[in-house]
Design a protein. Sequence first.
Length: 314
Amino acid sequence: MRGRGRRVEILVLGSGGAVPRVRRQPSILVRDWMGNHVLLDAGEGVQMWLMKAGVSPSRLDIVAVTHPHGDHVNGLAGLLMTMSLEGRRRPLTIVSTRETLEFVLETLEATEARLGFKVEALEARGRSYTRLKSSGGDSVVLSWYPTCHSIESVGFRLDWRLRPRIDPGRLAALGLKPGPWIARVVEEGEALVEGRRVRLKDLASTLPMSFSIAYTGDTMHPCPTIEEAVRGVDVLIHEATLGGEYVDEARARGHSTPLQAAGLALKSGVRLLVLYHVSGRYEGFEARKLLFEARRVFPKTLLAWDGMRLLLSP
Ligand SMILES: [Zn+2]
Ligand SMILES: [Zn+2]
């Protein structure tokens, strides 16, 4: 990802729910131009799908697990073993609920794993965040928030803040030579640069200056904590386990329907909705009915599939 502009890639390794039939168990890799590699959940076989995608498990900086249901953690132990075999030395952060962290640490103990690297367990309680690697004035923060599932569960959000960069082409159009120079603000939104009056927004070539991704893990609706946490994100990756015909069952199991996800996207001012965590009941093209259900309310919806890649560029 380095050297190819400021881009973020979302790679869906698994887009299914608990029973891996047509789709794999949930897992999503997010990586950025600063070299950050964040894994959101670790369904069964995640290490294999990572390697198939050409990403070594050792590159991961953080594994963010929403809750300890098997479909979200089944792949974690294997992933850690592979990192160990690959000779990983730098620590790995695992951020999740207390119950998940206990499960992971107990598994490592039970298998007497000598990993050769440190696992830093970060408990995701309430709403908080951790900073990831930053570069050249750009930065990114991983935060979490409670969701409404059948057990304690969290969702995650990534927010990038970008330093404005000056585009030489645009400078020339403004009649300016490349800096360094000092812009003196003369009035609201305007500045004097090298004796020329320019609008500040013309100077900043990189817009928007921030962008964001939110990931729900498993949740039902209504869920006020999610409504608050995902407001205004560019991409919302939301579970849609069962279609509207099973709305009562979805609720009873702590899950959502596409219509509920779409309603949230609409209310929260999201730019793009991606549905995932699709039940094994929907074979192949049958899952498209979930997509159509959501699009009736929120047209900018995609249905994730295993291996789907999205590139975001500011
Ligand atoms: Zn699940
Ligand atoms: Zn679950």
